[in-house]
Design a protein around this ligand. Structure first.
Ligand SMILES: CC(C)(COP(=O)(O)OP(=O)(O)OC[C@H]1O[C@@H](n2cnc3c(N)ncnc32)[C@H](O)[C@@H]1OP(=O)(O)O)[C@@H](O)C(=O)NCCC(=O)NCCS
Length: 164
């Protein structure tokens, strides 16, 4: 995917120089708390970036990751995980460094990313899954217009969807 510029940010493919930052913030307790990992080592970040370098986002079936950097200094503050399972739908996950929460960076980048997914890649629907007490994430999804479509009592997570 070619880089996307927003007012304060750039969303772009990850490269190997991002490995240290990726593991640094993904390894923080409060960042990992609602995620599928507990620790995120430097080696894990290197492996993931190796995968990403071989699989840049092209809208086809597969899993992808994009970095979010501050425009002013190219500092990695978060990332988006994208998974395409069937042609018209994409599942999105997002992870931002807690030092950069509450500045509107997720809102700003997600809005533009959704526009690109709709207009350039022609996706029709976006899914996201969130633990029911991850209120920051739920607020973000609701701000983007996502609506709840399922709730798993056993897993404690909620499925959200957005028709583009
Ligand atoms: C989910 C997550 C991305 C949300 O981060 P966030 O900082 O709340 O989201 P934003 O960057 O969009 O900031 C929005 C907040 O900043 C405020 N804000 C401050 N300055 C702002 C600005 N210039 N523009 C917009 N909002 C601004 C908003 O009012 C909003 O506050 P509110 O939620 O209390 O209403 C973040 O908590 C995270 O990465 N968590 C860990 C990983 C995770 O749980 N991922 C989701 C798994 S499903």
């Amino acid at each position: 995917m070619k880089s996307i510029e927003t007012q304060r940010l750039i969303i772009r493919e990850l490269d190997m120089s991002d490995a240290k930052r990726l593991s640094e913030y993904r390894n923080k307790r409060e960042v990992a708390y609602y995620q599928s990992w507990w620790r995120y080592s430097y080696n894990k970040a290197v492996k993931r970036i190796e995968y990403c370098l071989a699989h840049p986002f092209n809208g086809t079936k597969g899993s992808y990751q994009l970095g979010v950097v501050l425009k002013k200094n190219n500092y990695l503050i978060g990332d988006y995980f994208l998974e395409v399972i069937e042609p018209a739908s994409v599942t999105v996950g997002y992870t931002f460094d807690s030092d950069f929460w509450h500045f509107g960076y997720a809102t700003e980048s997600f809005k533009v990313l959704l526009d690109i997914l709709k207009n350039e890649y022609k996706f029709k629907r976006v899914f996201a899954h969130v633990y029911s007490d991850n209120f920051r994430s739920i607020r973000l999804l609701e701000r983007m217009g996502f609506i709840q479509y399922e709730k798993s009592i056993v897993m404690g997570d909620i499925g959200f969807k957005l028709d583009l």
